[in-house]
Design a protein around this ligand. Structure first.
Ligand code: DX5
Ligand code: ZN
Length: 214
């Protein structure tokens, strides 16, 4: 069954604890937390304190997606704050391998995120060093964008490579998923689907999460 990770980027930032609980009541498997620095992406969100504070409200794992330049400067802060899965962008660092090892050594899941314009092959050498890959279905920075259909192919390429090498890497599709395309994305190889605007803006997030789960 596909896991569903609502992204709090689409939640009410003034009521984040309640928003997290609302998504968990609706069936969320984990909570996706989008960290943006205004440099790697043209938007700003929150830092480790938000993760530490929502950690007290969340019963499910916190899936932290760093969209920040040179993430190595902040990994320890997010580990300490209580991230359960910590992913950074391959495009944002020159020391991806070192960062993955650092996250794994902390005993949490290490992830690599990949932008729509970056080829899947670029992260092949990192696959045996990470626990998950976050494949972006939109250009990172904002929720509510339209899904870029070509990214489904990237998911398939990664799924095939992971299978060929017998690895246990999880695949997560992030951005642009909705009730119409969720099943297609899942069958292309996504273990987890992120849902920002779709889950949060719905009067019935449980219906959206159930549809995503399949
Ligand atoms: C985009 C974020 C996504 C976003 C998803 O930069 O990484 O996680 O919140 O939102 P939707 O599902 O609305 O595309
Ligand atoms: Zn994200």
């Amino acid at each position: 069954m596909t896991k569903v990770a609502p992204s709090i980027l689409s939640g009410d930032f003034a009521r984040m604890g309640e928003e997290v609980r609302r998504m968990e009541r609706a069936g969320a498997d984990m909570i996706h937390c989008d960290v943006m620095d205004g440099i790697f992406v043209p938007n700003l969100t929150f830092g480790p304190k938000m993760i530490a504070d929502i950690r007290k409200y969340a019963a499910t794992p916190l899936d932290v997606h760093l969209m920040i330049d040179r993430p190595e400067r902040y990994l320890d802060h997010f580990i300490k704050a209580g991230a359960d899965r910590l992913a950074f962008h391959v495009e944002a660092t020159e020391i991806a391998e070192e960062n993955l090892a650092h996250i794994k050594a902390a005993g949490i899941k290490a992830g690599i995120a990949i932008c729509p314009e970056t080829e899947a092959e670029r992260i092949f050498p990192l696959l045996d060093r990470c626990d998950l890959v976050v494949v972006m279905g939109v250009h990172p920075g904002f929720s509510g964008q339209k899904y870029i259909p070509q990214t489904t192919e990237k998911l398939k390429i990664l799924r095939a490579e992971i299978a060929r090498r017998g690895l246990a890497v999880e695949l997560e599709m992030d951005g642009g998923a909705n009730e119409s395309n969720a099943r297609e994305i899942a069958s292309a190889g996504a273990d987890t689907l992120v849902s920002g605007s779709c889950a949060f803006n719905s009067p019935s997030p449980e219906t959206v999460i159930a549809a995503f789960r399949g």
